[in-house]
Design a protein around this ligand. Structure first.
Ligand SMILES: C[S@@+](CC[C@H](N)C(=O)[O-])C[C@H]1O[C@@H](n2cnc3c(N)ncnc32)[C@H](O)[C@@H]1O
Length: 258
């Protein structure tokens, strides 16, 4: 299996059970967007490792594992249980009381022979790991309250390579306003550059890459706080052939005019 094969097992709606057999919240849409990021980076010759903060039972980590080129490393950071129920985000934390590292490992091994490097800790411990600026993709999907996301965001500024992409989960979900606040504060005050968003926001800190997105998504361009960014609309049904042709032509004209 490869990344596209795994993506095809996922559901576009991350809250519905899918064919991976891995419990989690990773949509086919985002899997395809991760693959687009990876494809652009490989075409540009960007080499680096991949970091995930918040892996739960492995749904997104397994996809990230498929993106590794030879010699690259996947590092995951998660306390794997015992985080308790937080007053900040009862909806999110309720699920994480029982330890689930073994389940993460078993799920991961069903798709890959080698486990990633696992840092079993909350992400505020990550600075002690002295990871260095060596990551081309960082997926931030750990604690979803403002203080933690703010801390994670500032950490990614030190860890992401120029031209790398950092992805923040749940910027557009109504029960996680702290994520939205922290991410947009990072854009407006700290120099984070937004590229595009699904329910996740894809961004960079330097040398913003142009990433071709899959043709079967509609994309819309927005000018926000001095940045041009796109939003990707999620296909609920595959558009008809004429619509896809018109959309493809429109995208081509847009690219030519850029
Ligand atoms: C929403 S889940 C991640 C979902 C996963 N990426 C997926 O696609 O299925 C959030 C995860 O973050 C972990 N977590 C909570 N607080 C954290 C923290 N401070 N640092 C790192 N991980 C944390 C939880 O244990 C949980 O596994």
């Amino acid at each position: 299996m490869d990344a596209s094969g795994y993506a095809a097992l996922l559901h576009h709606n991350a809250t519905l059970p899918d064919a991976t057999g891995v419990e989690g919240w990773f949509s086919r849409t985002d899997a395809e967007l991760f693959i687009s990021v990876d494809r652009q980076q490989k075409a540009a010759g960007l080499v680096g490792d991949i970091l995930e903060i918040g892996s739960f039972k492995g749904a997104s980590a397994i996809l990230l594992g498929y993106l590794l080129a030879s010699g690259e490393e996947l590092v995951v950071c998660d306390p794997f249980g015992g985080t308790g129920i937080s007053a900040h985000e009862p909806l999110v934390y309720t699920y994480f009381e029982d330890p689930f590292r073994q389940e993460f490992e078993a799920n991961y091994r069903r798709f890959h022979t080698e486990l990633p490097r696992i840092i079993q800790a909350t992400s505020d411990q990550l600075p002690d790991a002295h990871l260095g600026q060596r990551f081309r993709i960082i997926h931030v999907d750990g604690a979803h309250h403002y203080d933690a996301v703010r801390q994670d965001l500032l950490l990614t500024r030190d860890l992401l390579l120029p031209g790398g992409v950092v992805i923040f989960d749940d910027v557009l979900v109504r029960h996680t306003p702290g994520v939205t606040a922290a991410v947009w504060e990072g854009i407006i005050n700290d120099g984070l550059i937004p590229l595009f968003q699904s329910n996740k926001l894809y961004a960079t800190w330097a040398d913003a890459p142009w990433i071709e997105l899959p043709d079967h998504y509609d994309t819309y361009v927005h000018d926000v706080a001095g940045h041009q960014m796109r939003h990707v609309s999620l296909p609920m049904t595959r558009p008809s052939l004429p619509r896809r042709v018109v959309h493809g032509l429109r995208q081509r004209v847009r690219r030519t005019l850029r």
